[in-house]
Design a protein around this ligand. Structure first.
Ligand SMILES: NC(=O)c1ccc[n+]([C@@H]2O[C@H](COP(=O)([O-])OP(=O)(O)OC[C@H]3O[C@@H](n4cnc5c(N)ncnc54)[C@H](OP(=O)(O)O)[C@@H]3O)[C@@H](O)[C@H]2O)c1
Length: 254
């Protein structure tokens, strides 16, 4: 199964300090990749890097605040200068601010769109510019949401950001296919992380997720690991512009 190995590959994973990004970083490292872990500086980020090193892989922390869109190109240049050019980019950093649409503030709107969509575009662009300049192929994996395809109340900004991310994934896949840069997305179902803590600690919502999800449980960050390895590895070399639902069957029923 060499086509699922990532030996000698370098992966930049945003949102790697915890949750889904951290789970994906561990899985990529388990398949042989070295990892650049990006998030804001925190003990969690250092601990996530230590977990990768314990797997025998190189792990470097790359502090970034994705609100600073203008700073992303220079930050990416510096990451490449210090640690090397990544072959794989996983955009897992994300946030959510929930409120009924009629009372959502523009600040909350901008928070969702900036971190979940605009920053992802800037990161993909920086990754592609370096790959193209080096004549290198690459793989990008964007972490979307069930809200690429459906919406729930109080989530207008988040749904717009993730819906945009789904289309951005397809548009970049088409733009960069001839450069050998393959762009896909993973749509997690309901995954128990810090982001969803207000949901899985609510007994009513917890029961709804388990009932609504055909596989009958919350997902874990580990559930996203192997699908990410697949989309990063040579095994998926004829797949681009796809949105892979890893959701326990959620989207296939109603
Ligand atoms: N959990 C779910 O059920 C679910 C479902 C569908 C999609 N998703 C998506 O999956 C991704 C990961 O979510 P998660 O559940 O793992 O959330 P999480 O546990 O809250 O982790 C979010 C990650 O994003 C980073 N991040 C947030 N804002 C940032 C910023 N301004 N600059 C840099 N990094 C930032 C966080 O790092 P710091 O805060 O330490 O900087 C953290 O590493 C998100 O894109 C989310 O929308 C999650």
């Amino acid at each position: 199964m060499n086509s699922f190995r990532l030996d000698r590959r370098l992966a930049l994973v945003t949102g790697a300090s915890r949750g889904i990004g951290c789970g994906i970083a561990r899985a990529l490292a388990g398949a042989g990749a070295d990892i650049l872990l990006a998030a804001r500086p925190s003990p969690d980020l250092e601990q996530a890097a230590a977990q990768i090193r314990a797997l025998g892989r190189r792990a470097e922390t790359c502090a970034v605040d994705l609100h600073d869109i203008e700073g992303i190109p220079a930050w990416f240049d510096e990451v490449v200068r210090q640690h090397g050019r990544p072959d794989i980019l996983v955009n897992a950093a994300g946030t959510t601010r929930r409120a009924p649409a009629e009372s959502l503030t523009m600040e909350d709107w901008n928070e969702n769109i900036t971190v979940n969509l605009t920053a992802v575009f800037a990161l993909c662009q920086a990754f592609a510019r370096h790959s193209i300049a080096a004549g290198a192929k690459g793989k990008i994996i964007n972490i979307a949401s069930l809200m690429v395809a459906a919406a729930r109340r109080t989530n207008s900004a988040y749904a717009a950001s993730k819906g945009g991310l789904g289309q951005l994934t397809k548009a970049l896949a088409v733009d960069w296919a001839d450069k050998g840069i393959l762009v896909n997305a993973i749509t997690p179902g309901y995954i128990a992380t810090k982001l969803t803590e207000p949901l899985w600690t609510d007994p009513e919502f917890d029961a709804w997720v388990k009932k609504r999800t055909p596989l009958g449980r919350w997902g874990t960050p580990e559930d996203l690991g192997a699908p990410a390895v697949f989309l990063a590895a040579p095994a998926s070399d004829f797949i681009t512009g796809q949105i892979l639902f890893v959701d326990g069957g959620w989207i296939s029923t109603f």
